[in-house]
Design a protein around this ligand. Sequence first.
Ligand SMILES: [Fe+2]
Length: 249
Amino acid sequence: MNFKQPLQECISSYASHFSKLHNKPEFDKFRLGIGKLLNEISVKNIKKNNQINVPRKVVEYLNKCSEINKFSGSLENSLLSISNKLDWYKIINGTNLDKKLVNGLFAAQLCGSRGLIKSDEIYLGLFLLAPNLLYPLHQHEALELYHVCAGNIEISHGRKKNPFKVNQGDFSLTPSNQVHSLRTGSEPCLFSYIWVGGKNKLPGKSWWWQENSDGFWSRISWERQTDSSWKISGSERLTEELIKEAGDY
Ligand SMILES: [Fe+2]
């Protein structure tokens, strides 16, 4: 399958969206990253994706997303049309984890460590979340942009602030290290994400927050392994300083 054309369409649509946001400096890093990708796509080695995996649940949710995606723009449409040609995987996997989360969080990369274009500077991909799901509080060094292709999602930045809703066609920005959680409603949600790194290469550690039985909070670190799966690599109690650094006030 030739991925160059659908990939180019997605990245060009993103580039044209960012050009309309030229007066918003908070999008500069994404604009630069996407511009670089667009220039390099013809000479980059696009992976020949002969073996793609689209789990049954992903097919079901993508069909639902196509149904609810009636009035979207060209960016949403180009992402939706490539969505069933990508290699989908479960974001987390493991025996002792909440089954609803394991079976309700899926991702596929256009660009990244396991994307059609390899990169450890910028990730561009799709997330698909099951209905009525809470993606719990987590943080990562990467600066993160979400863009909703179909459905809607509620995002919380920290434990105390009110959540905000991101609707189809809208964007959200999550600063580096900001702790955040996501919640879907009665429909699945398909959204694209872009990660840009700081001083370290992507993906870096992801920290998941949890409340302990003694009422204190800790964070558990997940690290990407060489086979691209995520494994727990440690945990630590959250100090006032770590909480402040995570923008949880
Ligand atoms: Fe995130």
